[in-house]
Design a protein around this ligand. Structure first.
Ligand code: SF4
Ligand code: SF4
Length: 143
């Protein structure tokens, strides 16, 4: 558990990573159609991993009352094909674009992971890299 001031600083640092991902995606000119199909992981044969600082950001922005677990293959925040936590979504949600440049996405993912690891080092929190069900379960448990 981190104190409120540290929590705030972590949220700001994660948001800075998200903002830079958004700037890169904006430069790619291959807009995602926001169909939500890739949020149904089993059907899409896809997995999504999240890191400790992102989970802190996500849990803090949502609040404990909106924490959900993931009993099935679809992200529980995808409702009727739409992301209901769009502003708080994870880096992998922001980077993945089935129509985009996959090498560029891989480089962007590695850069984001390096920055999340650096945030963990700076704020002395453990670095964890969890698949989405485990990550959401950790928030629901902690919340
Ligand atoms: S957080 Fe949003 S974009 Fe990410 S998997 Fe869930 S519904 Fe999809
Ligand atoms: S990345 Fe592709 S599958 Fe996922 S929401 Fe965008 S268009 Fe749909």
């Amino acid at each position: 558990m981190v104190d409120r001031r540290t929590n705030r600083a972590i949220i700001d640092a994660v948001q800075a990573v998200y903002d830079s991902i958004g700037a890169d995606q904006g430069a790619q000119h291959t807009a995602c159609r926001a169909c939500g199909e890739c949020c149904d992981f089993d059907a899409y044969d896809h997995r999504l991993f999240v890191t400790t600082p992102e989970l802190i950001h996500f849990a803090s922005r949502l609040g404990p009352e909106r924490a959900k677990v993931m009993p099935a293959g679809r992200c529980p925040y995808n409702i009727d094909g739409k992301c209901t936590v769009y502003g708080e979504r994870f880096s992998a949600c922001r980077i993945f674009n089935c129509r985009g440049d996959h090498d560029r996405q891989a480089a962007l993912s590695q850069s984001a992971i390096d920055r999340f690891k650096a945030i963990c080092t700076e704020f002395d929190i453990p670095y964890r890299y969890l698949d989405l069900p485990a990550g959401l379960a950790s928030i629901a448990k902690d919340g």
